[in-house]
Design a protein. Structure first.
Length: 150
């Protein structure tokens, strides 16, 4: 392999020296053309600038308000997941769900939803319950205990 034969490698390419006289090929206007905004020093268009046309951000209607950054994060677990992962008579709480990998990560509240069927008697402790989930848990002889978030 001969290094001179390799094409496309421009590691040591010389930088373009602008404004160094007519003999350089980049003298006088230094590749900026004549007059206009971009021929001036410090010319840099701002984000969203569309050449004087009304920018898209100002043309579209502004509606709604999203305050999700302050909303409570709720971890959701369905009754079907409890039926699959716990045995009859088990106590289901935040630590047990975390250990089984059903409610991981950071959240403010744990909510049990009623999707699926429950065939076991469980003692479930969570911050919130849907009406359907609470009915399914109590129908099997279990209890749905609401935790107070500190």
């Amino acid at each position: 392999m001969i290094l001179d034969d390799i094409r496309g490698i421009r590691k040591n390419r010389k930088r373009k020296r602008l404004g160094r006289g007519p003999g350089s090929g980049h003298g006088k206007t230094a590749g900026r053309g004549h007059k206009g905004f971009f021929s001036r020093s410090g010319a840099k268009s701002r984000i969203g600038f569309e050449g004087g046309q009304t920018p898209l951000a100002r043309r579209i209607a502004k509606r709604g308000f999203n305050n999700n950054q302050f909303a409570a994060k709720v971890a959701i677990v369905n009754v079907a997941a409890l039926d699959e992962n716990f045995e009859n008579g088990d106590t289901v709480d935040v630590e047990a769900l975390r250990a089984k990998g059903l409610a991981g990560g950071r959240y403010d509240f744990l909510k049990i939803l009623g999707d699926g069927e429950l065939s076991k008697k469980l003692v479930v402790r969570a911050h919130r319950f849907s009406r359907a989930a609470e009915e399914k848990i109590t129908a099997r002889g279990g209890s749905a205990e609401t935790l107070v978030n500190g």
